[in-house]
Design a protein around this ligand. Structure first.
Ligand code: C2E
Ligand code: MG
Ligand code: MG
Length: 614
């Protein structure tokens, strides 16, 4: 804030108080102003007219008020700031332009100046401009007195702080709010959670819940439809989530496609589960983003706190653990945290880091799930699905341990074992089956495996070693894995295609519009994701999507397999749409090798096949 002494010793104002014969004005610092009887100096050039000009041209807004607080004069900067001409201001009260809440303080400080308690004061106040825009200003108000110390007028210097205040508000908003969605950010969420935990300590009977939410396959949408559509999805999702909670709950975006919800003062876990149901229901209608219609699923981890002893960081970690479990179960679901989950997560991590020993100890086994052609009522292939028979933890599903193995990198070694084992197994079956009964073998590849540039050589070596025909091997790769490392992945896929292996896109789903990009890849088969198959028939949109996928795949000469078929209605729906390769519990769950072979033999015998399939 600037000081006032340099401008205050001047008879500036128009009107009576500032006329030429007005009493001499004393400087703010108390020293007497120079008298005209002094010897002529350059200072004489500072006659009244010049001083008025200086006042008018000063870049600092200045105004002079009479003792009742009405305008006597205002310079150009002041007039520009408030949007009034000087002639419009003269005679009006300064308080008319002042925010009502600031008027009384200004008045009492003005009274102190009049009573001589102080010479000037500085204050930040709020005002209105002529076009009713708010102004935030810094005022320096100086009492101008004559030689006998009688008050003459108030000199007010004004610095416009409006922009600076706006910037400050923006910065503090950015510190606590997410720019894209306008929701609370992680910092604000953690702060609110900490407050909630403190309140819980005081009131042991109250409960709160933390929900961690993560979009399933967001990366695919982002990569295939573009980041702008991805951003639109996140914003639209934020709106839908907001509609699922109460005003007193906190919804935050933690980053990327991760959101969190803090539910306070709930009656129990049922309240949190009800929110999850609302969230899942809200996603049943697709998002209309630009020219696309996009379905999104979300996984939710829930932790409920009724005891005041927990730390907020524990709640966050446990909600994350529960989310991880929900993801491992295939997504589009919610999971409530319990303590065993944490112990299991820690144990799993330790186990997975030593997973290579699981192979040596023969704890890893392959199960096989048949793929059936319903036109010919024949098993045409099997998918090899890994299981971990853990001595302490029982059978662990791949959804639980594959992500950890991916992170630790063990997956590349396990992947090789899976391929070799499956090739040997199905190669052996093939010898026992009739010559015209060809069983294709589907093996899953992880994203990490796809990043190995010598993957094709590794696979070729395994095919050579086991004698399994390359053309009977189908490698399943998820859309996400391809999109993760699209350029490199494309090269590896081409090399695999060159050794005659067939390539299949697994869990083909939301990003059906990304087919345009997939057509540049050497893909032979699309596997329609289970989530679409589940609601076929009941929901016109899914039927429409599956029809579109089938049409496009046919156009691009790709085969279609529908996975996750559980009911006759789903089977009939798919058949009606012309999809004849079916995998799912309706026909068979993944089975141990002996049972899988038995199923193939029984199904592919003409006499039995009709009974099984129809
Ligand atoms: P995926 O490749 O999409 O495999 C299909 C999954 O859906 C299997 O789960 C299978 O048991 C399940 N499934 C099949 N039909 C139905 C049905 O009608 N209803 C329901 N609810 N589920 C059905 P699984 O065996 O738990 O495998 C989960 C995922 O783990 C697999 O999904 C695959 O991505 C991964 N995975 C499994 N084995 C391997 C492997 O050897 N290597 C790699 N990298 N990933 C694997
Ligand atoms: Mg698969
Ligand atoms: Mg799949």
């Amino acid at each position: 804030m600037n000081t006032t002494s340099s401008v205050a010793n001047t008879p500036l104002a128009n009107g009576s108080a500032a006329s030429d014969d007005a009493p001499k004005i004393e400087a703010v610092d108390g020293s007497a102003a120079k008298q005209s009887s002094a010897p002529p100096t350059n200072q004489d050039a500072l006659n009244t007219k010049t001083l008025k000009q200086i006042f008018q041209l000063s870049p600092i807004g200045m105004t002079i008020l009479d003792l009742s607080g009405s305008f006597l004069s205002a310079n150009q900067s002041f007039c520009e700031a408030v949007g009034y001409g000087e002639y419009e201001l003269i005679g009006r009260s300064f308080s008319e332009l002042t925010h009502p809440e600031d008027v009384s303080l200004l008045k009492s400080l003005g009274d102190q100046l009049l009573e001589g308690d102080r010479q000037h004061f500085q204050i930040e106040t709020r005002h209105w401009s002529k076009d009713e825009k708010p102004l935030h200003v810094g005022l320096t108000v100086t009492m101008v007195r004559d030689g006998q110390q009688r008050p003459i007028c108030f000199l007010i210097q004004v610095i416009n702080l409006t922009e600076q205040k706006w910037m400050e508000a923006q910065l503090s908003h950015q510190a606590f709010y997410d720019e894209l969605t306008g929701l609370a950010n992680r910092a604000l969420f953690v702060n609110r959670l900490e407050q909630a935990v403190i309140r819980l300590e005081r009131n042991a009977s109250s409960q709160c819940a933390v929900l961690f939410l993560d979009l399933d396959r967001f990366k695919v949408i982002n990569d295939s439809l573009g980041h702008s559509i991805g951003d639109q999805l996140l914003t639209a999702l934020a709106g839908r989530l907001e509609a699922c909670i109460r005003r007193c709950d906190t919804l935050a975006r933690l980053g990327g496609d991760e959101f969190s919800i803090l539910l306070e003062e709930i009656d129990g876990i049922e309240d949190a589960l009800a929110v999850c149901d609302r969230v899942h229901n809200s996603l049943k209608t697709p998002f209309k983003l630009g020219s696309y219609e996009v379905f999104a699923n979300i996984s939710i981890g829930i932790v409920c706190s009724s005891a005041g002893y927990e730390k907020s960081s524990d709640l966050l970690r446990n909600a994350d653990t529960a989310l991880y479990r929900a993801k491992a179960q295939g997504g589009a679901c919610h999971t409530v945290f319990d303590q065993t989950m944490h112990q299991r997560a820690v144990a799993l991590w330790q186990m997975a880091t030593q997973a290579q020993f699981a192979v040596q100890r023969k704890e890893l086994k392959l199960h096989y799930q048949p793929i059936i052609n319903v036109k010919h009522n024949q098993v045409v292939g099997v998918e090899a699905l890994i299981r971990w028979y853990h001595p302490q933890h029982g059978i662990i599903s791949p959804g639980e341990f594959i992500p950890v193995m991916e992170e630790t990198g063990v997956i590349t070694m396990i992947g090789q074992w899976v391929l070799k084992e499956a090739c040997m197994q199905v190669g052996q079956w093939q010898k026992q089956l009739a010559d015209d009964c060809i069983i294709k073998l589907n093996v899953n590849l992880s994203a990490r495996q796809l990043m190995q540039h010598d993957l094709a050589q590794q696979i070729k070596a395994i095919l050579d070693e086991t004698g399994f025909p390359a053309e009977n091997l189908r490698l399943e790769i998820t859309e996400t894995a391809i999109m993760h490392n699209s350029a490199e992945a494309c090269e590896v896929l081409k090399e695999l295609r060159a050794i005659s292996v067939e390539l299949c896109i697994d869990d083909f789903g939301i990003g059906y519009s990304s087919l345009s990009r997939l057509q540049q890849l050497p893909i032979d088969i699309l596997k329609i994701d289970r989530s679409f198959v589940q609601n076929i028939g009941e929901n016109g949109e899914n039927t429409h999507i599956i029809r579109t996928i089938i049409d496009l795949a046919t156009h691009l000469s790709m085969d279609i397999v529908a996975e996750g078929v559980e009911t006759k209605a789903q089977l009939d729906g798919l058949r009606a749409l012309g999809c004849s390769n079916i995998q799912g519990f309706y026909f068979a769950k993944p089975m141990k090798p002996e049972k899988a072979l038995q199923f193939i033999i029984e199904t592919n015998q003409p006499a039995n096949s009709m009974n099984q399939i129809q």
